[in-house]
Design a binder for this molecule. Structure first.
Ligand code: ATP
Length: 290
């Protein structure tokens, strides 16, 4: 019998260095191609084995559901059903990642639940196997299981791991509004899309070419979200004005991130935004896979 009945797991946020929408699929999802990387802004999950058969979610956050709508709940339920786990699990969620922000907070919590329960219940699954299972919970869950940097294709679940970008500072700023990913995809008009150059981004990353990374940042959803929420543009402009090397909206937004090579400038960008943005963070890119 395993004595370790509680385990603590970190769930880092992701940012999109590119996000391209290639078309609409028969299943209602969009075909995407994205370069994603994890940053060191993380939720913390504490998983405890329960003797009853329930899945219990505890979170202080007002906008995070405590029931089956929580992606961590769904991940736990999936593993329990698939592997016939009799015991339940309590998941205490310490949310640090802004919610409905384009940073995959919910997906990362689901991924951390998969990794944590794999250890807690000695399931012996590889990260690849967990990533494949995670796709049923959400499109970004597979990437969040693996971490590091990857090109994601399909609806986001097909991953090709690539080296991580050279170290730099990342300032994240989320305006007050939350954005529903589904709403943004619904508003996409394929013929209006401005496609990022994914190949050029990947080449810049492989060459450790920081300027090339900054000049190839691109997100096909940015124009859609900007139309709905003009304050996103204001954040981008402020970041550039304060000396950011490159700026982009992450995912379906509304969080905007700045890539910055030098620490002093990172703090200047942070200070420039702190006044009118409720959630601002200075973080680093996480180089490693899990
Ligand atoms: P993505 O970048 O993958 O679109 P996001 O950062 O935009 O994700 P999330 O923070 O993951 O969005 O959450 C979006 C919605 O999902 C929330 O409004 C919330 O109701 C629900 N949700 C479910 N589980 C969680 C969770 N563990 N943490 C936060 N939100 C969750």
């Amino acid at each position: 019998m395993n004595d370790m009945r509680t385990i603590s797991v970190k769930a880092p946020a992701k940012i999109n260095l590119t996000l391209d929408v290639l078309g609409k699929r028969a299943d209602g999802y969009h075909e995407v191609e994205m370069v994603m990387t994890t940053v060191d802004l993380s939720d913390r999950l504490e998983l405890t084995v329960l003797d009853t058969d329930e899945i219990r979610i505890q979170s202080e956050h007002a906008y995070v559901p405590n029931d089956h709508r929580n992606l961590a709940y769904r991940a736990a339920e999936l593993l329990r059903k698939r592997f016939g786990i009799k015991q339940g699990v309590e998941i205490v969620l310490d949310k640090q990642i802004p919610v409905a922000a384009g940073l995959a907070g919910g997906s990362s919590d689901a991924a951390a639940t998969l990794r944590g329960m794999n250890d807690l219940f000695d399931l012996g699954l590889s990260l690849e196997e967990l990533a494949e299972l995670g796709a049923a919970v959400g499109s970004d869950v597979s990437f969040c299981v693996m971490g590091g940097t990857a090109i994601a294709r399909g609806r986001g679940e097909q991953l090709e791991t690539i080296p991580s970008p050279p170290p730099c500072y990342v300032v994240l700023a989320k305006p007050k509004i939350g954005v529903s990913t589904a709403d943004v995809y619904r508003a996409v008009e394929m013929e209006k899309i401005v496609h990022p150059n994914t190949e050029a981004m990947v080449t810049a990353i492989r060459d450790r070419d920081f300027d090339g990374i900054c000049s190839n940042l691109g997100n096909a959803l940015e124009a859609v979200t900007l139309e709905l929420h003009p304050e996103v543009r204001q954040i981008k402009e402020t970041m550039l004005h304060c000396g950011a090397d490159g700026v982009l909206m992450s995912g379906s937004g509304p969080t905007v991130f700045a890539l910055i090579e030098h620490e002093q400038k990172a703090h200047r960008v942070y200070n420039g935004l702190k006044g009118f943005c409720p959630e601002v963070f200075v973080v680093r890119i996480l180089g490693k896979k899990h």
